[in-house]
Ligand binder design. Structure first.
Ligand code: AMP
Length: 257
C-alpha cells in the first residue's frame, strides 16, 4: 500500500494565521465605569478576516465539479470529501464524443472531466478528522488487489435531488462482487466516522456526460441508438489499480496491490 498526499501544509498555516492572538487583545480590553471588563465583539476579534454577511458561504458552481451539486452549506472547517476509483479521461474521449453527438441537439449535455467510479457520496468531513479518516481508509484498503473490469453498457442516472442527469458507462455485473468488496471496506470506514454510507443498491459506473434537470426517461429512450453506435468501442476494459480520496483541496491516492 502506497499513500501519496499531494496536499501542501499551507492550509494549516493559513488556518493558524486566522487565529487571533488573544493575549494582546486582553491587555487592551476597555473597562466600564464599574471596572468590569467589556468583552470585545466577536467580529472585532477577526481583524482583517472580518466576516462579511455569509462569508462562509461559497457560491456553488456545478460546472466546476461535473454537475455534482453541494446539498450542504459550505462552512469553514467542513470539507467536501469523496472516495472513488479514478479513471483515465483520454481513454473515454471517443465514447464521450459519440454519445454527445446523439444528445447535443436536444439537451445541454457537457462532458465530465474528472472521470471516476464513486465509492462514497460527497460527504462533509471536519478538518481535524481528515488525517485519521485517510489513515483508516489506507489501512482498510491495504489488502485490496488491482483488477481489470469490463464495461459494456450505457445507463442513465440522476442525483438524489433529481436536478442533474448523468449518462454513464456501467461496470459489468461480472465485477459486481469485486466492487462490492471494495465498497464494504470503504463503507465500514464511513460508519466508523459516523458518515453516510453509499447507496444500498450501489450501481458502479463512470459518468461521462451530464446535464441539468431530470431528463432520465427522455435520455433512456435514446440509449439503444447510442449503444448501436458504440458497438465497435465496447466492451471497454479498464484496470482499477488505485483509489482516490479528495477532501477539500487535499488529494490522496492509494495504490492497490
Ligand atoms: P457519479 O458520477 O458517481 O457522481 O454519479 C452520478 C449520479 O448517480 C450521482 O448523483 C448519484 O447520486 C447517482 N446515483 C443514483 N443512483 C445510484 C446508485 N444506485 N449507485 C450509484 N450512484 C447512483
Amino acid at each position: 500500500m502506497f499513500l501519496v498526499n499531494y496536499s501542501s501544509s499551507s492550509e494549516s498555516e493559513d488556518e493558524k494565521s486566522k487565529e487571533v492572538d488573544n493575549s494582546t487583545i486582553i491587555n487592551e480590553l476597555p473597562k466600564t465605569q464599574t471596572n468590569r471588563i467589556l468583552l470585545p465583539q466577536a467580529s472585532s476579534l477577526l481583524g482583517k478576516h472580518k466576516l462579511k454577511s455569509n462569508d462562509d458561504d461559497v457560491t456553488d458552481d456545478p460546472s466546476k465539479h461535473d454537475g455534482r451539486i453541494r446539498s450542504f452549506k459550505h462552512e469553514r472547517g467542513n470539507w467536501a470529501t469523496y472516495v472513488c476509483i479514478p479513471v483515465e479521461t483520454n481513454i473515454l474521449e471517443d465514447i464521450q464524443d459519440i454519445c454527445l453527438s446523439h444528445l447535443e441537439e436536444n439537451f445541454n449535455f457537457k462532458t465530465s472531466s474528472e472521470m471516476h467510479i464513486s465509492l462514497t457520496k460527497t460527504i462533509v468531513l471536519q478538518y481535524h478528522f481528515i488525517e485519521s479518516f485517510v489513515e483508516t481508509l489506507k489501512t482498510a484498503l491495504q489488502s485490496v488487489e488491482s483488477f481489470t473490469a469490463s464495461l459494456n453498457n450505457i445507463k442513465v442516472y440522476t442525483n438524489a435531488e433529481r436536478t442533474r442527469t448523468f449518462l454513464a458507462l456501467k461496470v459489468d455485473d461480472l465485477y459486481y462482487e469485486k466492487m462490492l468488496n471494495i465498497l464494504h471496506k470503504v463503507d465500514k470506514v464511513m460508519k466508523d466516522f459516523k458518515l453516510a454510507t453509499f447507496y444500498e443498491d450501489p450501481s458502479f459506473h463512470i459518468s461521462i456526460l451530464w446535464c441539468t434537470g431530470d431528463n432520465v426517461s427522455l435520455v433512456e429512450a435514446l440509449v439503444p441508438t447510442i449503444m448501436e453506435s458504440l458497438m465497435e468501442r465496447l466492451p471497454l476494459h479498464l484496470k482499477f489499480d488505485k483509489i482516490y480520496c479528495k477532501s477539500g483541496f487535499k488529494e490522496y491516492n492509494f495504490k492497490l496491490k
